[in-house]
Design a binder for this molecule. Sequence first.
Ligand code: NAD
Length: 349
Amino acid sequence: MLVTRATAPDHEAVYRIEDTASGARGFIAIHSTRLGPAAGGLRMRAYDSEADALEDALRLSRGMTFKNAAAGLPLGGGKAVLMGDPARDKSPALLHAMGRAIDGLEGRYWTAEDMGMTPKDMVTLSEATPFVAGLPGGKFASGDPSPVTAEGVFRGIRIAARHQLGTSDLGGLSVAVQGLGHVGMHLCQLLADAGVGLWISDLDLKRVAEAVNRFRAVATDGANLLEAPVEIFVPCAIGGVLNKTTIPKLTAGIVAGAANNQLSEDADAARLAARNVLYVPDFVLNAGGIINVAAEILRVDDRARFVADKLSVLETTLDGILREAARKNVPPAALAEAIVARVLLSSAA
Ligand code: NAD
């Protein structure tokens, strides 16, 4: 197997992995280990080119640095990507090759599930390296992170509602949830229990039918969801949903969801603010999942307590960011990035 060092100006280290025997090709990007070992999942996708795979690894690993720091976790940011269709190209040999590459970093990078990976794949990876979290069993196993992500997002939505609408009681409000996957469906349950009227969309019509059935949600297609008569828009599907085309169509006064990288470009934060839409920075709001995984990486004995404490920190942090952003009249996303950048600068290298 060939592991070569690539470079990226903003990153501590980037490794290109190629294993001809298994066909494994991908990258491990370590953005920062200032706060602790770099942690972030392994993604497998049919990228169009190596350049695309590298760009994804770089962008996602930087995002993990910010997410972990904002959540107050003693972890840095990293991410690994494998090129290929997970349904067709994944094999134990390929995962073992990635596992060996991770092992060679001697704990500077910890992996877990991301798109295209399952808990079972983590078990396969763990045959080649101990630096794997998201395992389905074992003393510290953290299991599915999605319910914790959903809980963090739910609490964040309440905080955002207090700032923007003057009440954290969501009863009677209307909320649009895009994406009814692991996080979205849990979140719908929490919102429905809080007395929210739900508008929903998903490409998977079975999930749409389930949500209509369980929550009496109003189903709509993707484009129309943006214009649904709701107070809060909750992206829980894909990145890039907020851009110069979609932002003018939004009816909601709050955007707060689990999806990573919701803004298409930095300027979208200002576009939302200009329309008086409160955009809750995704990397702060959706940290529940990594909090759950962190308990496994850090070998925490009382995981429930750790998760509860860190979710409270997340609430306090978010409340502070929204308050300070309003006082300074700046977009919360820009302020959150600046705060985390300061934390990173002031920490020991
Ligand atoms: P998932 O794959 O389980 O669900 C995503 C859902 O979105 C699927 O049902 C899919 O059909 C739907 N979808 C895809 N494109 C869509 C579109 N254009 N319109 C409507 N629906 C669409 O993913 P998940 O684990 O629920 O994660 C959701 C988002 O939250 C992702 O962006 C993920 O990166 C992010 N996130 C997840 C976690 C976690 O703990 N799972 C943590 C942090 C961030």
